[in-house]
Design a protein around this ligand. Sequence first.
Ligand SMILES: *[C@@H]1O[C@H](CO)[C@@H](O)[C@H](O)[C@H]1NC(C)=O
Ligand SMILES: *[C@@H]1O[C@H](CO)[C@@H](O)[C@H](O)[C@H]1NC(C)=O
Ligand SMILES: *[C@@H]1O[C@H](CO)[C@@H](O)[C@H](O)[C@H]1NC(C)=O
Length: 443
Amino acid sequence: MAMMRVASLMVLLVCLVQGRVRLFEQSEGEIWAVLLAGSNSYMNYRHQADVCHAYQILHQHGVPDDHIIVMMYDDIANSKQNPNPGVIINRPNGPNVYDGVVKDYTGKDVTPENFLKVLNGDAEGLSGVGSGKVLKSGPNDHVFINMVDHGAPGIFAFPQKYLYVQNFTDTILTMHRNQQFKELTIYLEACESGSMFKDIPDDINVYGLSASNAVESSYACYLVDELHTFVGDVFSVKWMEDTDREDTINETLLQQFLIVKKETTTSHVLQWGEKSLDQEVTGAFLGNKAAVADDFGPFLSLNDPCLQSSIRSEDVPLAILQNNVNKANGLTGADFWKQQVDVMQQNRTFVKETMRKIVRVVTGDDAITEQMMTNTHQEIHDNDCHQSSVRTFHDLCFNLGLNPYALRVVHAMVNLCEHGYTADQFSCAARAVCDFDPVTGIN
Ligand SMILES: *[C@@H]1O[C@H](CO)[C@@H](O)[C@H](O)[C@H]1NC(C)=O
Ligand SMILES: *[C@@H]1O[C@H](CO)[C@@H](O)[C@H](O)[C@H]1NC(C)=O
Ligand SMILES: *[C@@H]1O[C@H](CO)[C@@H](O)[C@H](O)[C@H]1NC(C)=O
């Protein structure tokens, strides 16, 4: 009798547990988001503007602040160069996207290490840093990651450092192993952003869009004369203005991809990872609540002012200086800016020539050197060689965070590694060539 009661109690318990599990699995889950702008300085206004706009989208669609983690340097809104203090816009005459943005990690806390800790939910590792907020998502939750910055093959830049593709991939895999999401969507804007997804598997519920393929630039747009800077990037503007225009309840990720791909005529927007996730509606990651119309709403226009003003990301610094030349009052102003253009070009030549010298030492041949410098780089297969060479170049020659233009020669290291030259050869050559004092500010 007693035995039977125990047995039936066991059965009942098992049923209860199973019921709970099923209920748990069926529950909708929550949305979590991590938004990262990896650059600083007024010249790169647009990266933080994009991320602020992304925050507004999530906020408007009902994702609570305690589920949104924002990492951005926060030196734009109150920059001395900003004629409208406290205001950041993401399109000409647009609304203030800076309003109410949560700022979890700013200034010197914007590092690849902290970013990966946020993703890993490593609260301990971030105690006492910024807001300390990390992803606390679980197996039923949808996670959205948006990253915007300069990039290079296998690299996503930070203000003083860079995130290497393998660390990024490893972290995503760890998140999957730790059941930190049911589904994860990553939207990534950077030059050569396709190179950041190459090792993400297609069967772990991770889906991504990159602004460009692995070997091309991404593009900036919306040069605003009064602000002396570009306020958006084409891919980011396109997905966000589409979201502003559409209903997140019934637009699928696929529909959004097709629109953004079509409208981003400047680079190849690509899908990555588990593509079947594109049947989800955007609201599953951006929030389902109907947004208040017009607040951050669509910018409808017959022509496309973003595309019309678009330029390669690497051309932005020169374009800003050139615009200052054109708009300068009086000759002295124009002369000053012209001189800055010259200096910037000299700076860039110095970076390129330094790399050329290193490559010449490695290859010992002028023609091959030329090939390594100019070839459209290939896919990275030798991660170790690439990672090690990049670290050497960053440490001994040009800090890639502090000298964004140096990202434009990273492809030479890919070419060397893929042609069988070793990281040791590169390191040896870099030691010999990079005997100058550390430099910063080569944009
Ligand atoms: C990236 O991974 C390498 C090798 O595992 C490690 O030494 C480095 O600290 C990692 N970087 C970051 C930003 O986590
Ligand atoms: C999406 O939903 C809105 C109402 O929220 C409706 O007006 C619109 O027609 C729907 N679009 C599609 C494609 O179903
Ligand atoms: C040129 O490079 C130097 C560092 O070598 C930097 O301090 C300066 O700001 C740069 N100027 C321009 C216009 O790029």
